[in-house]
Design a protein around this ligand. Structure first.
Ligand code: FAD
Length: 276
């Protein structure tokens, strides 16, 4: 799918970098493997989010501590400090300014600070958030959008589907363990969403998304592809979209949200379009 004229570029909109200490107001199992944590606090009054992939650094307390270490931020820059906060990236699923509430959906994958915290989350617990540092704005001018995600990226997939313009063609694939892990997303788009079940296979170990993307029948016109999930499993998808589908750099955003065997994977180290 090549384009005759260059589509408008993605751009990063920067936001003032601010730390907020929040309290858990509600906890809800979205699916057997995902916990929705609703965080509240007056400091959310001037919180800002605007793009599908907006995310925050969630700051967890060190073992034995009641509160997270506050990151040192000077002039919108997160500085090195003698004691660093423990952080993980999570997508802003919903923000309700009037209620000063933020929802994040946390996958229970077994080990890790984030997953362990989420499994025990209860009202009254406290959590810090830093950011979003910026929003990756994709111009909503394309004729079609290809979206592919596994569980950790379903919050962002939901946001894409809620934010994309009414009537635009969207082909989406979502990998989850089984039917109980599927979610319903509201959308005004012309959506075909296919759920892919990996069954007992380990997360990040299958090529389900790759095979689905390879087989996708993409419409004509200009398109944009966003894919997020386990970093290694996404590499062939990125190559396919760029080399075989011929999508330009600004038409592809493939983001490794985590990497098998790696604690706190840094998604900026992967080759992908620039991120906030
Ligand atoms: C921009 C961005 C947005 C993200 N949004 C979300 C979100 O909204 N919800 C969400 O749940 N996650 C999200 N993630 C992914 C999340 O940051 C990682 O899964 C993170 O590693 C979780 O931290 P942890 O402390 O639980 O595990 P870590 O301590 O980082 O890792 C411990 C072990 O668990 C493995 N592991 C990590 N994640 C998974 C997984 N999903 N399944 C199986 N094994 C895993 C690691 O490979 C490692 O071996 C996002 C990541 C990015 C970069």
């Amino acid at each position: 799918m090549t384009t005759e004229t260059a589509p408008p570029r993605m751009r990063i909109v920067r936001h003032p970098l601010r730390y907020r200490l929040l309290e858990v107001k509600r906890v809800h199992r979205v699916t057997p493997g995902t916990v929705r944590v609703t965080l509240g606090g007056e400091s959310l009054e001037d919180f800002h989010e605007q793009a599908p992939t907006d995310h925050v650094k969630v700051c967890f307390a060190h073992p034995g501590d009641a509160l997270p270490v506050e990151p040192v931020v000077v002039d919108d820059t997160w500085m090195d400090a003698p004691v660093e906060p423990v952080t993980r990236d999570y997508t802003v699923r919903h923000y309700r300014r009037d209620a000063r509430e933020l929802d994040i959906d946390m996958v229970l994958h077994g080990t890790g600070v984030g997953s362990t915290w989420a499994a025990a989350a209860a009202p009254g617990m406290r959590l810090g958030i830093l950011g979003p540092r910026g929003s990756e704005e994709v111009p909503f001018v394309h004729d079609w959008y290809l979206l592919a995600a596994e569980e950790t990226a379903l919050p962002a997939l939901g946001r894409w589907l809620e934010m994309l313009p009414a009537g635009v063609r969207v082909i989406a694939f979502a990998e989850v363990p089984g039917p109980a892990d599927e979610q319903h997303f509201g959308t005004a788009t012309d959506l075909t969403l296919t759920w892919l079940h990996r069954g007992d296979a380990a997360p990040g170990s299958t090529d389900l998304l790759e095979r689905a993307v390879r087989a996708a029948d993409l419409p004509g016109g200009t398109g944009f592809a966003w894919v997020a999930g386990e970093a290694n499993s996404l590499r062939p998808i990125r190559r396919h979209l760029r080399n075989e589908r011929g999508l330009g750099k600004d038409q592809v955003d493939v983001d490794g949200y985590w990497k098998r065997g790696v604690v706190n994977h840094d998604h900026h180290e992967d080759e992908h379009t620039p991120h906030a």
